[in-house]
Design a protein around this ligand. Structure first.
Ligand code: AMP
Ligand code: ZN
Ligand code: FE
Ligand code: FE
Length: 281
């Protein structure tokens, strides 16, 4: 089984990289992709935790914004973690997340919510990329909502009056950067329309010109007809088709490897990196 998109305590997942690698080994996964939001900080612990036959495809899920303000998530896998420009862009995106969180909290305070930036910091593992799920966790500990999911449904979704975006590269910039750093770029859950505005079918050609390698098709936030359209786009543009869990530990219902990637598709994807960076013992 191949699962190329998961999160750890390096961003908004609830398992440490070591715990996640252990779960993948227990479940007998062949390849585990770790793709924390805008960071590579979990790569070392994941690598040190590797045992047995599991292979690691390390990466990051890069938060992007189109010029029209549409939020897009780009998975970069198998890039050179020492690539300077990559680390600079990831760092800039992470830095933008603190003022963004302060603005969201100000908006909530203005409506009388008892929540502060300190509450969010308390709800966050040390060194994690700060995100809305940590604000959700803080709202849960203050008993304002019951779960992350309720926090997103009622207060934190992309169309919410409390929502604020943060500085981020465009999808085209992110793809070019991932490829420049030697990795492969897979657009994550492009038709997850429940989250907000999404790209149109006509937008994919420009992404391919920028170097896009694949489309995440099998993902719980995409229904069968959305997946069917994505499969057609992938076939027409000769893109790799992936499936993944987007596992976040207890932060979401998604279970590890609930969706997975075909072996032949994985081999095609892996061959498009500029060096063999899959980690195995
Ligand atoms: P941010 O990067 O701060 O904009 O937060 C986006 C993150 O929120 C994504 O990683 C999603 O996995 C997470 N998210 C979105 N909707 C939900 C939900 N209903 N329950 C839990 N997490 C969610
Ligand atoms: Zn997340
Ligand atoms: Fe995502
Ligand atoms: Fe994700």
């Amino acid at each position: 089984m191949i699962d190329l998109h998961t999160h750890t305590t390096s961003s908004d997942g609830t398992d440490s990289p070591r715990e996640l690698v252990n779960k993948a080994i227990v479940q007998g996964l062949d390849v585990l992709g770790i793709s924390d939001h805008d960071t590579t900080s979990g790569w070392q612990e994941a690598t040190e935790s590797l045992r047995g036959n599991l292979k690691l495809a390390l990466g990051a899920e890069i938060s992007c914004l189109t010029d029209d303000g549409i939020s897009v998530h780009m998975l970069g896998l198998l890039f050179d973690p020492l690539h300077e420009q990559m680390q600079t862009v990831l760092e800039e995106t992470r830095d933008g997340r603190l003022p963004r969180m302060r603005k969201m909290i100000q908006k909530m305070q203005a409506e009388g919510f008892d929540i502060s930036i300190e509450d969010v910091e308390k709800a966050m593992p040390a060194g994690a990329t700060m995100g809305r799920p940590h604000l959700a966790d803080a709202l849960v500990s203050k008993k304002i909502v019951k779960s992350r999911d309720e926090a997103f449904t009622d207060l934190l979704h992309n169309e919410s009056r409390f929502y604020v975006s943060h500085a981020a590269p465009t999808p085209i910039e992110a793809i070019k950067l991932i490829r420049l750093a030697g990795g492969v770029a897979v657009i994550a859950h492009p038709f997850a329309s429940r989250r907000g505005q999404i790209l149109g079918v006509e937008d994919f050609a420009d992404l391919v010109t920028a170097g896009l390698n694949g489309i995440e098709v099998d993902h719980r936030d995409q229904n069968p007809s959305e997946r069917a359209v994505l499969r057609v786009i992938a076939a027409e543009l000769d893109l790799v088709v992936t499936g993944s869990s987007d596992y976040h530990g207890t932060g979401k219902l998604n279970s590890l490897a609930e969706n997975h990637t075909d072996k032949a598709q994985w081999e095609k994807l892996e061959a498009q990196a500029n060096a063999r960076r899959v980690i195995s013992l």
